[in-house]
Ligand binder design. Sequence first.
Ligand code: FDA
Length: 400
Amino acid sequence: MPAAPPSPAFDAVVLGAGAAGLFCASRMGRAGRKVLVIDHAAKPAEKVRISGGGRCNFTNIHTAPDRFISENPHFAKSALARYTPQDFLDLLARHEITWHEKTLGQLFCDQKAGAIIRMLLDELDAGGGELRLNTQVTSVSHADGLFTVDTSGGRLAAPKLVIATGGLSIPKMGASGLAYDIARQFGHAIVQTRAALVPFVFTGADHDDFASISGVACDVRASTDRAAFDEAMLFTHRGLSGPAILQVSSYWSPGEPVTLTLLPGTDIAGTLKTAKRDRPQQTLASALEALLPSRLAHLVLSRTHTTPTSRLADTSHATLDTLAGALSSWVVRPAGTEGWRTAEVTAGGIDTSGLSSKTMESRHLAGLYFIGECVDVTGWLGGYNFQWAWASAAAGAEGA
Ligand code: FDA
């Protein structure tokens, strides 16, 4: 006979002590529920620790539903409206954590990211929540209104189970597909997962060209048919990275071209023609170096088979137009992405049609909740993914 589930010592068990799991558990605890959080890692919230270059870009003041990608663009609206960036700032203020805006509404801690982790753990403590690390989940089942969770540390039971084990990005930090396995087990559909906010890799001549100027950065508009981002781009040993590329990667499908507009907002042809009029003895290389990093300028000239030492006086307007066109509409075809190894997030995930947007509760099984990155809601770069973690966790805590 299978062992009977123990009588529940907890009102809720939360799987995953990351941003969403800790925050949800602390709010449930504060509301008087007895909560246990378990995680297979040795330390909680490791992604918070490494986020934002160690200073955690914890939210974005421009948070709005259109900054999130999902099969159902309406799903995130309710949670995002009910737990806002200001709510999180109020929480930081209560813990005397100070912050600054870097760019594009991105808010970072003045302290190290560990301050956010300490705050999450203090909040958990204040609500009486318990945390067990180094604990493997071996199975989850449900009967008679109770979830049974078998773990390396023994059997647990609770009437509510919150899944907050995140997505697949950075497996060496403990990412696993547990949330998707549990979702499937209870009849949920999964929107195909893919690496997002991730650098592109290239093969052939593009790879060699980009690697040859690895480390060079420039402003660019990177676009696919579905989205365009004006930010910095970085050439790497493997291809292209930098914020503009990471952003557009979330909208990219394998095989699709990406259009790069270098110097967005600059009339390049006009600028070169003015230079020709004012400084006819200037070489093409030097005219381009006034606009772009030198190594990139030389790469562009070589790719357009233009002689760098040609004087502007000897260069026709048609050639300047061609050069400007190459810069403003540079179409590249990534061979792929760097994949889960470096992706900041997982796009796709648990299909939102199976979840309540108000409480994040499963529509298939009462008492089961999914929050954070495992859900098919993916934010832009810049603090949006943590805001989703906080907001979905707050919604889940209200429900559970
Ligand atoms: P998260 O991944 O944080 O937590 C999941 C937890 O579940 C982990 O503790 C894990 O160990 C545990 N777990 C997984 N599988 C398990 C299993 N089988 N059994 C038990 N436990 C299990 N976002 C942002 O808004 N601003 C930023 O600055 C950054 N920066 C950033 C940098 C880097 C390098 C990465 C990889 C990611 C970011 N992000 C980010 C994204 C952000 O980190 C991410 O969206 C959130 O951490 C998601 O929070 P969750 O709690 O859903 O998952």
